[in-house]
Ligand binder design. Structure first.
Ligand code: 4HQ
Length: 228
């Protein structure tokens, strides 16, 4: 899978090469990440990529031309163009899995007050939000998106970090987990987990998963119970 990122801060993405699971996925050529500088696509002599908003109001907007140029330059037959924005569809695990089947994703990171609506209406395939809060730019959302999607690409996670046992894989939160010591500050690990009885452990984990979801995320629990 290839990710191209259109941003005014391309160096922001360099850290992905250096850390953990994503760094290794890049080294192993499971994913390829290429951040391009939007300013390189500006025909303006000052490399300007923003302008005032028609109708007035505070702040600046990203102009359509450099973004259009960048998308045209990067786009291939099988590309999907994603704009990270608080107005987008709220990203969830199901969407993440669907995006992980793509060959090529182009991520547009907004800045200032956002981008000209004509770009969103005509040249973007998916508008995606990572949560109902406002950030200063789309770079952190793009990184969160890349991280979550990459976990679902074959061989990116080792088997010790199987995506299948994770929270949200089947719409439920994960069961509670424990490690040594078996007693800590007087608090004991649930007896059954030390029993070696795999059938009972499976049952306990299923219960724990349902309980965690019901207590912490009643919204997910309701959906799950309804079979959605
Ligand atoms: N921003 N989910 C504003 C976000 C955001 C989010 C990105 C800030 C776009 C213009 N993106 N820029 N939440 O807050 O994706």
């Amino acid at each position: 899978m290839r990710f191209d990122i259109i941003t005014v801060f391309p160096s922001f993405f360099e850290c992905l090469n250096e850390y953990g699971v994503i760094g290794k996925a890049i080294k192993d050529s499971k994913i390829e990440i290429n951040a391009v500088n939007l300013r390189d696509y500006s025909n303006n002599k000052h490399k300007k990529v923003d302008d005032e908003i028609y109708g007035g109001g505070p702040g600046m907007l990203m102009t359509p031309e450099p973004i259009y140029n960048a998308i045209q330059d990067l786009k291939m037959d099988n590309s999907k163009v994603v704009f990270l924005s608080p107005q987008g569809k709220l990203l969830n695990q199901q969407m993440v899995e669907e995006f992980s089947e793509s060959d090529h994703l182009i991520l547009l990171c907004g800045h200032y007050e956002g981008v000209d609506q004509r770009i969103i209406d005509n040249f973007i395939d998916y508008e995606v939000s990572i949560g109902d809060y406002v950030l200063t730019g789309g770079e952190i959302p793009a990184m969160a998106f890349i991280d979550a999607v990459s976990r679902f690409i074959p061989d990116v996670l080792g088997n010790e970090e199987s995506a299948i046992s994770d929270s949200l894989y089947d719409g439920l939160l994960k069961y509670s987990v424990y490690t040594r010591p078996s007693e800590f500050m007087g608090h004991k690990v649930p007896e059954v987990l030390l029993s070696g009885n795999h059938k009972l452990i499976e049952e306990w984990r299923r219960e724990s998963s349902l309980k965690n979801t019901e207590n912490k995320r009643p919204d997910l629990y309701k959906k799950y119970s309804k079979g959605e």
